[in-house]
Ligand binder design. Structure first.
Ligand code: F6P
Length: 405
């Protein structure tokens, strides 16, 4: 009998808790696995020996169903960069001590490309010191920027939220007779996947978003103003989707960085709003979708949530088969009917790398998305979850604050 541990890391999504349910549900089926420990605040919980026995928290099927529909990370999260073990061996010793003390034979880390660096480093360290603990990465990120995997859990739900909100903004913006421009800022860091996914509205016959700017194309303010003026000559209400990660002049963003050196990106929408007001002088608004696009479980994609659970469960089977230093990935077999298989890849190929929007998805003017790319996005946003509500709003599963501190 062995125990396992699971942790959640990086920015929230609608699907990280579903992957936790996947790991937990699968572990319950396996007689060799006894306790399932949840590490509080990602790898920090393993370093500080701050673990909870998940069986004491998730006590029924109803709990699991509620957790599946709860956004963000029930165990807390971190943006912790694990140092190299030669530089700070004491951190690794603490990790090894926690794992040994709790008789943990496998560790599952649900996270993005930075977290997969932890998976990679730990699996190499354990091999070096001869500690038999399997380390498996379960992908997640709304940015959809992990290499090898077709897509990442969390992305589909975020894309569904972005497209739905954009659709509602479109309805709202066309009511008056005066011309207007609405700039919608979308997350995604250096990759334009989420911003590009707003183009699914075109599949419904909408002309909006009329302009889409992604970080994969270099941005010019002059070109932007020309594009906006051109669209204003055709449409009364112009809707612009802009990625938070496009190049902006110094001073637009705060300049603050996280532990991985990633800049906090925010403010491009407001900046473009001001530019349009000054240079074009029409009615203009900017909308930053901000953290709502990561945690809008009321609009979660069933496909996304089901896949997130399935890939968590597959991670457990992967560890049981004796593998370590792997990240679970989706390989798409077909767009229609949508078919994916779950496989694993070496964490070293995924850690710290970024996968960008393919150039072929972007139109020749660099300001919109080609129609054929919608075949990639559409399957990921399909289906709705059976939302459990309380007092008229979606109910969430939460663990007591005192456990998290
Ligand atoms: O996790 C990815 C992401 O959501 C990016 O899209 C965004 O730029 C970043 O996280 C925000 O980071 P934080 O959660 O630290 O504010």
């Amino acid at each position: 009998m062995t125990n396992i541990a699971v942790a959640q890391s990086g920015g929230p999504t609608c699907a990280i808790n579903a992957s936790l349910v996947g790991v937990f549900r699968e572990a319950l089926k396996v007689s060799e696995i006894d306790a399932v420990f949840g590490s509080i605040n990602g790898i920090e919980g393993i370093i500080d020996n701050h673990l909870v026995d998940i069986k004491t928290i998730i006590t029924s099927n109803e709990d699991m169903e509620l957790l599946r529909q709860t956004p963000s990370t029930v165990l807390g999260s971190c943006r912790y960069k694990l140092p190299d073990w030669n530089d700070q061996p004491e951190i690794y010793e603490k990790i090894a001590n926690t794992l040994k003390q709790r008789n943990i034979g496998a560790f599952f880390y649900i996270g993005g490309n930075d977290s997969m660096d932890t998976v990679n480093k730990l699996s190499e360290y354990f091999a070096e010191i001869g500690l038999d603990v399997k380390v498996i990465g379960i992908p997640k990120t709304i940015d959809n920027d992990l290499c090898i995997t077709d897509h990442t859990p969390g992305f589909g739900s975020a894309a569904k939220y972005v497209a739905t909100t954009m659709h509602e903004i479109t309805r709202d913006s066309i009511v008056y007779s005066i011309p207007s421009v609405t700039v919608v800022e979308i997350m995604g860091r250096h990759a334009g996947w989420l911003t590009a996914s707003s183009a699914v509205l075109h599949a419904m016959g909408e002309t909006a978003p009329h302009l889409i700017y992604v970080p994969e194309v270099s941005f010019s303010l002059e070109g932007f103003l020309t594009d906006v003026r051109q669209q204003m000559s055709k449409h009364k209400a112009v809707i612009v989707a802009v990625s938070e990660g496009i190049e902006v002049p110094d001073g637009v963003q705060s300049g603050e960085v996280d532990n991985f050196g990633h800049k906090y990106l925010s403010g491009i929408g407001k900046y473009l709003e001001d530019v349009i007001r000054k240079e074009i002088g029409c009615k203009v608004r900017s909308i930053e979708l901000n953290v709502m696009q990561r945690c809008s479980s009321h609009l979660a994609s069933k496909t996304d949530i089901d896949e997130a659970e399935a890939i968590g469960a597959a991670g457990v089977r992967c560890a049981l088969s004796g593998k370590t230093g792997k990240v679970m990935v989706f390989r798409r077999v077909e767009d229609v009917p949508y078919t994916v298989v779950i496989d694993s890849a070496n964490a070293s190929q995924i850690a710290n790398n970024e996968k960008f929007l393919p150039k072929k998805f972007i139109n020749s003017s660099g300001n919109n998305i080609r129609d054929f790319a919608l075949d990639y996005f559409l399957p990921l946003i399909q289906g709705d979850i059976n939302l459990i509500t309380e007092k008229g709003i979606p109910k969430h599963f939460a663990i007591h604050e005192s456990v998290l501190k």
